[in-house]
Write a protein of this length. Structure first.
Length: 194
């Protein structure tokens, strides 16, 4: 994240995203596929690291192998092999950004769910300050309910950040500056929906 200044002089937190160029690698139609969509490819991938099936897929679009393929419904008319640039975005419009959040590994209940722990270091407590406490009931129901908040894997999930405003579009560098934060680490791939 970074920040830029608005015309009124306010500091706005923002994220810079490289959003192109993307190549139309496939066009899905109602007759052949059962729905209408456009598949876009982004990023470069080495030919030797691409499976043969995908090599043929990219050859139809007359393009080099792409690292990421994403489908978009409701896209304007496009032709196979066309290049979609960042100028499809307009300053001031609102978009949704989908990405994979940062993975934080196996975490306890205090970090993962905000539990307070036992709360006291006295009265016989030993090494229990960050423990979850009691998790079950009595002889009825004699089990732990599904969905009980416990320690476990934290992060590394697909997340949606909605209604983020496009502050600036830099067409010559294929950059979009979006207000606020987006899910994922630096350098990760995200999807922007209008």
């Amino acid at each position: 994240m970074t920040s830029i200044y608005s015309a009124e002089g306010k500091s706005l937190p923002c994220t810079v995203i490289e959003a192109g160029p993307c190549v139309v690698t496939q066009i899905k139609t109602q007759d052949r596929d059962g729905y209408e969509a456009v598949q876009l490819g982004f990023g470069e991938k080495k030919e030797k690291n691409t499976p043969n099936a995908l090599k043929g897929h990219f050859k139809k679009a007359n393009t080099s192998p792409k690292a990421k393929l994403v489908e978009f419904k409701g896209f304007d008319q496009a032709n196979l092999g066309d290049t979609v640039l960042v100028d499809i975005f307009e300053e001031g419009e609102f978009v949704d950004v989908i990405g994979t959040s940062k993975g934080k590994g196996f975490q306890g209940v205090v970090r993962r769910h905000g539990f307070a722990g036992v709360g006291q270091a006295t009265h016989g407590q030993h090494n229990r300050l960050r423990a979850p406490g009691s998790i079950g009931a009595c002889s009825y129901p004699a089990r732990v309910f599904k969905g009980m908040r416990m320690a476990g894997q934290m992060g590394n999930k697909r997340r949606l950040a909605s209604n983020l405003q496009v502050l600036k579009v830099i067409a010559e560098k294929n950059l979009v500056i979006i207000k606020g934060s987006i899910p994922g680490a630096k350098g990760s791939t995200v999807t922007i929906n209008k």
